[in-house]
Design a protein around this ligand. Structure first.
Ligand code: BTN
Length: 245
């Protein structure tokens, strides 16, 4: 395996993209102790203080069409959940599309960035930000009611290398079995079992506007099926979910 480790970097996703563009092979991993320009979805920033979390990006080159990109995020969310069960004895939920949550608060975020030309994926960079040893005080005040860490949840510190190892093992499994058409249905079952929105009334802020309804299920492309109040079902490819429907 190709692993690049940095004590401090802007963003592991940005670095992984550079490597992918210069031909790095799939499975290449970039890990940093600290990110000074960690990025989240929708242009947000990601707080990544030194030594406190897992800030890592993995380069994949899956044979998928650009419409199937959400599968990568779903596979990764399930992999992180399974890894956390195994290496930190914690049961987590998944909030579509990419949040790993515990007690209603976010523990881990996933940022999948792809370069597709135009139909097939050239490379995908999957960024994982997992709050491991942050204390409550380590969290910026404005996210203290929406974010958490393994340390806050379990009252002890964890070895990051052990967790990284489990995540990469679970991702390898998910990548080999779960991204293919037949394997993905099984993966979706696991995803649904952990979903904190399935069957609940939610509000989604999507690219095409804001919708309220019941989360009915997930499509084979990784989309969310939302049953609107008039009975129609809206298929949503990307967006932000709030459980206050
Ligand atoms: C989100 O929930 O908005 C996604 C957060 C993703 C954060 C990770 S940390 C490692 C990688 N590098 C980044 O700059 N972002 C991702």
């Amino acid at each position: 395996r190709n692993v690049e480790i940095h004590s401090s970097i802007g963003s592991t996703n940005a670095r992984a993209k550079e490597l992918a563009l210069s031909g790095a092979r799939e499975g290449t991993v970039v890990i940093a102790d600290e990110q000074v320009q960690g990025r989240g979805r929708l242009g947000r920033s990601w707080v990544s203080p030194p030594g406190k979390g897992i800030w890592m990006s993995v380069i994949l080159r899956p044979r998928l069409s650009s419409q199937q990109v959400p599968r990568i995020t779903i596979m990764t969310a399930v992999a992180v959940a399974n890894a956390l069960k195994r290496s930190a004895q914690i049961d987590v939920g998944i909030k579509w599309p990419n949040d790993v949550v515990c007690g209603g608060k976010k523990l881990c975020g996933i940022l999948t960035e792809v370069h597709a030309e135009p139909e097939v994926i050239h490379y995908a960079v999957v960024g994982i930000g997992l709050n491991v040893n942050l204390s409550f005080e380590d969290l910026p005040e404005d996210i203290r009611d929406i974010a958490t860490s393994l340390r806050i949840e379990k009252g002890k510190e964890f070895n990051r290398a052990d967790i990284i190892k489990s995540i990469l093992q679970e991702m390898e499994k998910g990548y080999l079995q779960g991204l293919r058409d037949d394997g993905f249905a099984g993966l979706l079952k696991e995803y649904e079992r952990r979903s904190v929105i399935l069957g609940k009334r939610i509000r989604v802020i999507g690219v095409d506007g804001q919708f309220s309804g019941y989360a009915q299920g997930f499509g084979l492309d990784g989309s969310l099926m939302l049953r609107l109040d008039d009975g129609r079902v809206e298929r949503i490819l990307a967006g932000d979910v709030s459980l206050r429907g």
